[in-house]
Design a protein around this ligand. Structure first.
Ligand code: C2E
Ligand code: MG
Ligand code: MG
Length: 565
């Protein structure tokens, strides 16, 4: 008989199959028992006859009885064989049931409890209560930048990081604590603690943060990992929510964890009620950004860039704005970091850049256009191609475009950044290093990466006339850029005094509120029309993206060495 295939979902069908198996068991046992009784009875009658006929040559035993005896023996053997088969079958079923239960309750990768079983356990723990003067603490743990670990090193390394991290948690957690992996890089630990000694939970969280912040090595790849932790106590669980107590506790731990992320990651926070409003705001912001992209609520504004020596307008920097129906006009500091985190920055940026190309085609073709690029976009190996595609689609000359990247990009995959910069420059696009002085770019990076320009951060320029230190710093940057033969743009010129101080250091570009606030496209066009600097009909039809583009009629491309505009 064929072995039944083990049921992959025994949890659902278990009662019926078990009853059926039990029934079959009994029938087999009954047949075997009856066969044994018959065997004893027939053997008692037939065997003496057989022995007598063999030893004394007497008459052979009754043929019918002999056949009955043989049939009995066959039945007993068949019953025994069937019984053995069934026992094996039952054992296999038990094993697959155990495995199914394990899979249903535990996370396969890390061996921790999974989301479903943790919820059940937490509900039970809360219902039972923590004991006199004790409470339950839910500790939500999330790995920082885990997506990046996966993206840069592949999923095998990501899996190894998760396994090692779970192992480190287990090593540190006290006895009686439950550890679960909720999915992805989210873990939760639940434990009882003494309400008079909450600092013990603090100490535990500190140890978790410290101990996990060691590199995980897998196949010779070392990955640095940090975690953010949020802690909520069962004393925080309120009645004014439509969630179950377990859901409420987890939700609050999550809010505190999110707060820890926002405060710079690699740290822990206990839940406090005001954090809830922050999260609500954040969720609304995320939903608003996604909706805003679909509805075209993001707009390019333009800030003038000036040749400080001649006072002539030489181009504009495009700065993103969000015309939010709920919150009004918002600046990029509010939405760019969120757009980066939720993975929509490339879509948002490309949309704005394309619009900026359309706007700038209406300007005097001598005017340049600068755009800011997020470090997240620089991780995309196709970034340069995407920009070139937009240039071609909007028939915007590459040599009018300047891309601003921040120093943060230089801490990423420097090889990728270099090849991207090189391929964009080969097409004629200029690359500037924005907010220079606020990051950690080294001199060797500056020398080895082919930048076209440095933009001194506005924080130094603003304080130029008040603070001796800022003056010295700007002086140092100016002389360094001289040495590197990199032209400079000074950001954040707010008044005449700053302007005059800057002019003493030679030729450079500048921008700032002294020349006007960033404006929408229509206002810019109006200003340009007044000054006779709009594109003459047909002049914007410059279709080609130069093959090497190193010539520059628009922005005085041979500035290197002279800092001339
Ligand atoms: P940034 O590239 O350094 O842009 C200059 C910022 O300085 C702008 O702020 C501008 O409005 C402000 N600013 C200009 N002149 C003055 C001045 O005289 N005084 C002061 N106090 N501020 C001045 P904004 O528009 O808020 O942009 C902030 C940052 O957001 C930008 O800094 C840039 O890093 C980023 N950003 C803007 N648009 C985009 C975008 O489309 N994509 C990306 N990834 N980042 C963007
Ligand atoms: Mg900029
Ligand atoms: Mg800047």
């Amino acid at each position: 008989m064929q072995e039944p295939v083990p049921d992959p979902k025994p949890a659902v069908r278990e009662p019926r199959t078990r009853a059926a198996r039990g029934g079959r068991d009994l029938v087999t046992l009954g047949i075997a028992f009856a066969a044994i009784v018959l065997f004893v009875a027939t053997a008692g009658m037939v065997l003496p006859g057989i022995v007598a006929s063999i030893s004394h040559g007497g008459s052979p035993p009754d043929v019918v009885l002999t056949n009955a005896l043989l049939l009995n023996i066959a039945l007993i053997m068949l019953g025994w064989h069937r019984y053995k088969g069934l026992t094996g079958e039952i054992e296999a079923h038990r094993r697959s049931e155990r495995e199914a239960r394990r899979l249903a309750d535990y996370d396969d990768l890390t061996g921790c409890l999974n989301r479903r079983s943790l919820a059940a356990e937490l509900e039970a723990m809360l219902a039972k209560g923590a004991g006199k003067n004790r409470a339950l603490a839910a500790i939500a743990i999330d790995l920082d930048n885990f997506k990046q670990v996966n993206d840069l090193n592949g999923h095998a390394v990501g899996d190894a990081v998760l396994r090692t991290t779970a192992e480190r948690f287990r090593h540190i957690l006290p006895e009686g604590a439950s550890l679960a992996r909720l999915g992805g890089d989210e873990f939760v630990c639940v434990l009882r603690y003494d309400l008079d000694r909450p600092e013990r939970v603090d100490m535990l969280a500190t140890r978790l943060v410290e101990q996990v912040a060691r590199p995980v090595v897998h196949n010779d790849i070392a990955v640095d990992i940090t975690i953010s932790i949020g802690i909520a106590s069962s004393v925080h669980v309120g009645a004014d929510t439509n969630q179950s107590p377990a859901q409420d506790l987890m939700h609050k731990a999550d809010i505190a964890m999110y707060h820890a992320k926002k405060k710079g990651k690699n740290r822990f926070y206990w839940f406090e009620p005001p954090m809830e409003n922050e999260l609500r705001f954040r969720n609304e912001l995320e939903a608003g950004i996604r909706r805003g992209i679909q509805k075209g609520e993001f707009l390019p504004y333009y800030e003038q860039q000036i040749d400080l020596d001649t006072g002539e307008l030489i181009g504009f920097e495009m700065l993103a704005r969000w015309d939010s129906p709920e919150m009004g006009m918002l600046g990029p500091e509010i939405f760019i970091p969120v757009a980066e985190e939720i993975g929509v920055i490339a879509e948002l940026s490309e949309m704005l850049i394309e619009q900026a190309f359309m706007d700038a085609r209406e300007w005097d073709p001598k005017l340049t256009l600068s755009v800011n690029i997020s470090p997240v976009q620089m991780r995309d190996p196709w970034f340069a191609q995407k920009i070139l595609k937009l240039l071609v689609r909007q028939r915007f000359p590459a040599n009018r475009l300047e891309i601003e990247i921040t120093e943060t990009c230089l801490h990423e995959n420097i090889g990728l950044v270099r090849s991207m910069i090189t391929s964009l420059r080969n097409q004629g696009v200029k690359i500037s290093l924005d907010d220079f002085g606020t990051g950690y770019s080294s001199l060797s990076q500056l020398r080895s990466l082919p930048f076209d320009r440095l933009k001194i951060d506005r924080s130094f320029i603003r304080e130029l006339t008040n603070e001796e230190q800022s003056r010295k710093l700007v002086e140092a940057i100016v002389s360094m850029s001289d040495g590197l033969k990199l032209p400079i743009t000074a950001e954040g010129i707010e008044n005449e005094d700053v302007l005059n101080a800057l002019k003493r250091w030679g030729k450079m570009k500048g921008q700032g509120y002294h020349y006007g606030r960033p404006e929408p496209a229509a206002k810019v066009l109006e200003r340009l029309a007044t000054n006779g600097r709009v594109a003459v009909a047909g002049s914007a039809e410059i279709a080609e993206v130069p093959a090497n583009g190193q010539d520059d009629t628009a922005s005085g491309g041979s500035e290197a060495g002279s800092r001339a505009v």
